[in-house]
Design a protein around this ligand. Structure first.
Ligand code: TRP
Ligand code: ZN
Length: 891
């Protein structure tokens, strides 16, 4: 390639990559032997590759293209012969070798600079430790390689470093050899017996506290489990270890999957772009999903650790043993693994509460994404930067598709399909199509129409009408589906949508829908496959109340003309816990949308007694488990209310929701106080048990209502002081309530929180996030000050997510302030971040991309900031370029 071609390539606009252009690799790399020499100001990487021409490739070409980014090439040898600069072409993206033989060896030496790596992709340093992040395309920042998931190789890795500062040297697989060198350096060699794609490679070097344990697999093999954490944090790894063992046992029970290596390692790292990474045998985790002890971690932190540890562990089969052919298939491993970790958490904790939280996440993140300018199918057709496709759609809608498949096949056949999938494709890089085929093959069920879920973007809307014919005792449901156009997909097809449902009589008793072996069936699945369909039920003795889409059996928006009374009834009587909660949400949503209209038309706000009465009813009955009760007492979020509106009116939504919260608090203060006192453990001691979590969640929900009223500050302050040093769940709940109130106790509490915990980075993140979420009007000013505080660091993703992410995503009133200062602030931050860490920049810019959803003035202000980003910086990252240009497109 000529120099001008290289120039041209780097100055022209980034171009998309298309699924339809996929080609099998021309060369395969069977073996890779890596040597890392770690020095303070550089690292030398020697890579020895054994390559062979791929018989499956129909290409006539004998050209080998190795990806490489930000590498300093030192030398290349082909079958032992040193190559000169005329023997290859080098660009800033690739190393190209022409006329290669069918079998050959390459030895490539590169020099890299981990201490300058702020993008946290490839090999980088975090607080002195060396670590890697290779998914999706980080391995090309370490050495020249065919950095794509369909190239599976056997890895050996030797690491050399100074022994005193880096006593622990880790890579994938098993340690096989080690030794000392005379200059204070030492080395360890690792061998991974399983073929893997480069994105699963990992290396760690540093000094850690270690928690070690054992696990005996179902076939009796003993596995060594090791969790490495920063020195001084060894007392915060027990819950992660507990979670790992639970996950290992669960995967054996639920899917018959056993762990395959003799050692399983997890390393916790403070600077990490995402949650965690499933590298073979050596998971690397954000500290946030490992470290926990009662005094620093909340119930939610404990729950998230359980599910993320589970997630990465489950990847060993769904992702590692069977991996993706290309990145368009990302949901093959992510959707499946999210589905597996969700069912794991449901089994371990509470099925109903976990399902409610999953659905809240879908509605607040995935539905808006699917309705906006960045909408894409679960299996996208094209991308500019693959890092932009680690989305709620690929992950969470992907998981919903698997849940629907399980509903359609039934649990037994679904499990058989999983078994076949693993058996058939073990050791391969495959496609979503291969997965669906396995499900069809075991079940004989035709999933042709169902596949559309993978290729069609957008959230379907279901409209339901019912009618009861008393004379013939026939009940009918007429269901229609519609999916609105999305960018690039103007015309939508009808999907196969499974609707789990039941019918209730006026007393709340389930009605028999049919007979199965003489037994009445009261819960069934309807299969909606056309645009409009009628479902008929015979022998229905009275006009029933339908309970539809139980347990949220499909990721759709359901519109049904329930009366307020129907919803109150279902809230109390539905036998499906999820739908009981859902009825409350529907009721509250309708109520608040009505109040929003009233307020917009200058009508006074008034709350009818029915709503607080519904709360009072469930509180006094104590029929629910407390964890679920705490969820039932929660109003739909501002975000979710806004999503229902033509034009999102952030100020009025906030005013109305605060008004309703306040009214509920006022009218139910007596029962809230009783419930609080009854469930509050004055000792403030913490235990991670379902009973304790339920109690804490419930009483802290009551506290959050009470703290809205004057005269209850004392309770919150008291809880804060008692729990500050021993129970973060309680301390944080009290502090969040205080942080939204302009009272003197607020500053004092925030200060003592910081003074108590300033040495613990994850607790400091909470302190930043609580302030960034505050609805008080001077919040942006406070955030700007915090940016200069010793506690903040723009290079650390967790700090950025806590302060800037929280402001953009969870503080609508302040972010959308009419004068546009919130937008300008976010643009400034994204601009700076893009130079340090494009992945983080491109995540942070998302709130601006929803500009179309707001009023004309705000639209203008938001777009202006997006335009500025595009034009003020000539060398925008591909990550940011893709998100900004796509979001500006639909004018
Ligand atoms: N595969 C990881 C997961 O379990 C995702 C991930 C971790 C990731 N780090 C990343 C993706 C960096 C892209 C870039 O979900
Ligand atoms: Zn994953």
């Amino acid at each position: 390639m000529s120099e001008s071609a290289v120039m041209n390539q780097s100055t022209s606009e980034p171009q998309p990559i298309y699924l339809k252009d996929y080609q099998v690799p021309v060369y395969l790399i069977d073996e890779i032997d890596l040597h890392f020499d770690l020095f303070d100001d550089y690292t030398l990487v020697k890579s020895h590759l054994r390559l062979r021409h791929n018989r499956l490739s129909d290409s006539k070409s004998k050209t080998l293209v190795l990806n490489g980014v930000d590498l300093q090439l030192e030398s290349i040898k082909l079958d032992g012969r040193l190559l000169s600069e005329t023997d290859y072409q080098l660009s800033d993206q690739a190393l190209v070798l022409q006329d290669m033989p069918d079998n050959f060896d390459l030895e490539v030496v590169t020099r890299i600079f981990p201490h300058k790596n702020t993008a946290l992709s490839g090999l980088y340093r975090s607080a002195g430790t060396y670590c890697t992040q290779c998914e999706a395309e980080g391995f090309r920042r370490i050495t020249y390689f065919q950095d794509k998931p369909d190239v599976l190789s056997r890895y050996t890795t030797t690491i050399t470093a100074e022994e005193s500062r880096f006593p622990i040297l880790l890579s994938n697989g098993n340690p096989v050899e080690s030794g000392k060198l005379e200059n204070g350096r030492h080395w360890v060699k690792w061998e991974d017996p399983f073929n893997k794609p480069s994105y699963l490679f990992a290396l760690v070097a540093g000094d850690f506290d270690l928690l070690e344990d054992k696990f005996v697999t179902m076939s009796g093999r003993e596995i060594t489990l090791r969790i490495y954490v920063e020195k001084g944090y060894g007392d915060q790894a027990d819950h992660a270890m507990y979670s790992l063992k639970q996950a290992m046992r669960w995967d054996e029970k639920a899917y018959g999957r056993e762990y395959d290596l003799d050692i399983y390692m997890i390393v916790a790292i403070g600077d990490f772009n995402m949650g965690a990474m499933e590298n073979k045998g050596l998971n690397i985790f954000n500290t946030k999903y490992v470290l926990a002890k009662p005094e620093t971690a909340t119930d939610d932190d404990y729950i998230h650790i359980l599910s993320v540890i589970g997630h990465e562990y489950f990847h060993n089969w769904s992702g590692n043993r069977v991996t993706c052919r290309d990145w368009f298939q990302l949901s093959l491993k992510e959707g499946l693994t999210i589905f597996r970790d969700q069912t794991f958490s449901e089994d371990m904790l509470s099925p109903a509460v976990m399902r409610i939280r999953e659905v809240n996440g879908l509605r607040e993140v995935q539905f808006p994404e699917d309705a906006g300018p960045l909408s894409h199918p679960v299996r996208p057709d094209s991308y500019i930067e693959i890092n932009n496709f680690y989305t709620a759609t690929v992950y969470n809608k992907g998981a919903e598709i698997l849940r629907m498949m399980q509903t359609i096949l039934g649990k037994t056949l679904f499990r058989k399909g999983m078994d076949l999938y693993f058996a058939r494709h073990d050791g391969q890089a495959v496609t979503i199509e291969d997965y669906v085929k396995a499900m069809e093959d075991v079940s004989g069920i035709d999933l042709r129409q169902f596949r559309t879920w993978y290729t069609q973007a957008g959230t379907p809307v279901l409209k339901v009408e019912d009618d009861y014919d008393a004379e013939n005792r026939v009940y009918r449901l007429t269901v229609t589906q519609q999916t609105l156009p999305t960018p690039d997909q103007p015309v939508k097809k009808a999907l196969h949508i499974p609707i789990r449902m039941g019918l209730l009589d006026q007393q709340g008793r389930p009605l028999p829908l049919s007979l199965d072996n003489g037994q009445p069936v009261t819960d069934t699945v309807l299969h909606l496959t056309s645009t409009s369909q009628v479902f008929q039920f015979d022998n229905i003795p009275c006009a029933p109340i339908p309970s539809l889409l139980r347990n949220f059996s499909a990721p759709v928006k359901l519109e049904l003309g329930y009366s307020d009374q129907d919803l109150q009834f279902l809230f109390k009587h539905d036998t499906d816990a999820f739908n009981r909660w859902e009825a409350g949400q529907k009721y509250a949503l309708r109520l608040m949308l009505g109040l929003v209209r009233d307020h917009q038309h200058d009508k006074g706000l008034a709350l009818p007694d029915e709503y607080p009465d519904m709360f009072g009813h469930v509180l006094r009955q104590e029929q629910e488990d407390k964890f679920l009760l705490a969820e039932m007492l929660m109003l739909p979020s501002e975000k979710y209310i806004g999503e229902q509106m033509e034009v999102i009116d952030v100020d009025v939504i906030h005013t109305v929701r605060e008004y309703v919260l306040h009214e509920i608090a006022q009218r139910l203060q007596k029962v809230f106080l009783e419930t609080y006192q009854h469930n509050h453990d004055v000792s403030g001691l913490y235990q991670f048990s379902m009973a304790d979590i339920g109690r804490r969640q419930l009483k802290n929900r009551c506290l959050s209502y009470l703290m809205l009223l004057p005269g209850y500050e004392e309770i919150g302050l008291q809880q804060f002081e008692v729990s500050l040093k021993k129970n973060m769940t309680d301390a944080q709940a009290a502090l969040v309530a205080l942080a939204n109130r302009n009272i003197p106790a607020r500053t004092a509490a925030l200060d003592s929180f910081y003074q108590t915990w300033k040495h613990d980075a994850l607790v400091v993140d909470k302190w930043l996030a609580i302030q960034a979420a505050s609805k008080l009007p001077d919040t942006l000013h406070v955030i700007r000050k915090l940016m200069r505080h010793e506690a903040f660091d723009l290079k650390n993703p967790n700090k950025v997510y806590a302060l800037i992410g929280t402001f953009g995503q969870r503080n609508a009133v302040n972010f959308h302030s009419k004068n546009g200062e919130g937008y300008a602030f976010l643009r400034e931050m994204v601009h700076q971040l893009d130079k340090l860490n494009p992945q983080v920049a491109s995540r942070m810019v998302k709130p601006l991309t929803a500009w179309k959803r707001y009023d004309k003035e705000r639209q203008e202000l938001m777009r202006e900031q997006l335009e500025l980003l595009l034009h003020e910086n000539k060398k925008l990252s591909r990550d940011l370029f893709e998100v900004v240009t796509k979001s500006l497109k639909e004018v």
